[in-house]
Design a protein around this ligand. Structure first.
Ligand SMILES: Nc1nc2c(ncn2[C@@H]2O[C@H](COP(=O)(O)OP(=O)(O)O)[C@@H](O)[C@H]2O)c(=O)[nH]1
Ligand SMILES: [Mg+2]
Length: 145
């Protein structure tokens, strides 16, 4: 798997996505600190919610090849500023839209946020969305070394 870092606001679904990618039992636990899981760096939502922490994101990203910007489909706003991606140089920046299963989900709106932030590709995931999960696994090369 390619070294991957996930960034997104609190509760947007980062940890759940990681649990799915790793075929772990999905259970809720608030991410209080940066968590390293073999090839994945899970970051606390606070790191993107407060510009003061942008520096920490930058330092952490040194280790990653791919940066995943995570946006919930039910979130009417985004914390990613336009061209957020330019903060990271020489990284692959992709977007993942979560919670597409929920009633008030808007994939279109979320996609716009992610593209404006500088994601070059956008994937989607929801509960019981095996197809979406498989596409993300492929992109991150989860099953390869
Ligand atoms: N309906 C739905 N709920 C989700 C999805 N992904 C995450 N959640 C829920 O959103 C909440 C926060 O998820 P979590 O992964 O902890 O968010 P994080 O703070 O970004 O790590 C939990 O209650 C999850 O069960 C999804 O695709 N669909
Ligand atoms: Mg978390």
């Amino acid at each position: 798997m390619k070294k991957t870092m996930l960034i997104g606001r609190t509760s947007c679904g980062k940890t759940t996505l990681i649990q799915k990618l790793m075929n772990e039992e999905v259970k809720y636990k608030k991410t209080q600190s940066v968590i390293y899981k073999s090839k994945i760096i899970d970051t606390p939502g606070e790191y993107v919610e407060n510009k003061m922490f942008y520096k920490s994101l930058l330092v952490l990203s040194a280790d990653a090849k791919i940066i995943v910007l995570v946006q919930s489909a039910v979130d009417g706003a985004t914390l990613f500023p336009p061209k957020f991606s330019t903060m990271f140089s020489k990284k692959e920046i992709i977007g993942v839209i979560t919670k597409t299963d929920l009633e008030n989900a808007s994939i279109e709106r979320s996609k716009r946020f992610l593209l404006e932030a500088g994601a070059t590709e956008v994937f989607t995931i929801g509960f019981n969305d095996e197809k979406g999960l498989e596409e993300i696994r492929k992109r991150l090369q989860v099953d390869e070394n």
